[in-house]
Design a protein around this ligand. Sequence first.
Ligand SMILES: NC(=O)c1ccc[n+]([C@@H]2O[C@H](COP(=O)([O-])OP(=O)(O)OC[C@H]3O[C@@H](n4cnc5c(N)ncnc54)[C@H](OP(=O)(O)O)[C@@H]3O)[C@@H](O)[C@H]2O)c1
Length: 286
Amino acid sequence: MTTLVIGGTGTVGSTVARDLATAGRPVRVMTRSPDKIASLPEGVEGVVGDLDRPDTLGPAFVGVSALFLVTPLGAAETTAGLAAVEAARTAKVERIVYMTVHKLTAGAHIPHFGAKLPVVEAIERSGLPFTVIAPNNFFQNDLWLKDAILQFGVYPQPLGDVGLSRIDVRDIAAASVTALTEPGHDGKTYPLVGPEAWNGPETAEAWSRALGRTIRYGGNDLDAWSAQVSAMMPPWLVHDLRIMYQWQQEEGQIATPDDLAACTAILKRQPRSYEDFVAETVKAWT
Ligand SMILES: NC(=O)c1ccc[n+]([C@@H]2O[C@H](COP(=O)([O-])OP(=O)(O)OC[C@H]3O[C@@H](n4cnc5c(N)ncnc54)[C@H](OP(=O)(O)O)[C@@H]3O)[C@@H](O)[C@H]2O)c1
């Protein structure tokens, strides 16, 4: 009855694994790194496996009845996802919950969106019960921006002027645990979205209010953004994210009322608000 979490050392998967363990559910995290197994939380078993080496997946799936799947960004994302689906099919798992992204098809030209479409199709064709969760941009991405916000007074993510219905990772994990452990979610796709849409300047204003000083929006110039992040990110990731930001600036990534209703239904409550996340983060940072 074990749930295998692929991506269980990452932002979302680690929260899913922790929440499953807290609920007393047997959970196993797969990682490429034996060192990370030692620091998994209590109640979480670890196993070494690598989606780029499908021969390592069989042992990870022994005794597994459910799979939570995160596919890693990169040129091999589709192949990695297909390897996980094939291993799940071979192991005859009783449920797969796969994390994609909100408005996956509309953003299919973005490499890390399009890479997930064949994985969804393989899951649908596998005959295994499945649920797709499709989160918007994570609130917690902003934790990486601490120095820019606190030291330089700039909110640098070029989110544009239209807006995004961003979501708290804790809500993504809560919805995922529900889909993994409760009946009634087979064959469904859940957009996971926050209660309001926020554009770039409004996001900077939220940080300004919480910090009591001006945080400037870094602006929509994607040449300037690319030049700034090139020292920290590989070229393929700059290329991928730049296409995403261009799309978000042109079209936004805003939840429909139906999206929000579906998210609220699986959470059984309203999703967390961005302002609450910012207030909580400012408290932790200062
Ligand atoms: N950030 C956002 O706003 C956002 C929004 C919607 C959807 N998404 C999607 O979220 C996913 C990323 O999730 P995340 O941010 O929670 O992950 P993350 O923090 O980037 O962590 C990546 C995880 O993938 C694992 N991994 C990497 N390569 C692997 C491989 N070859 N075999 C097995 N495991 C591998 C890593 O495990 P080890 O290093 O321990 O092996 C780690 O657990 C992406 O698919 C992205 O498109 C992101």
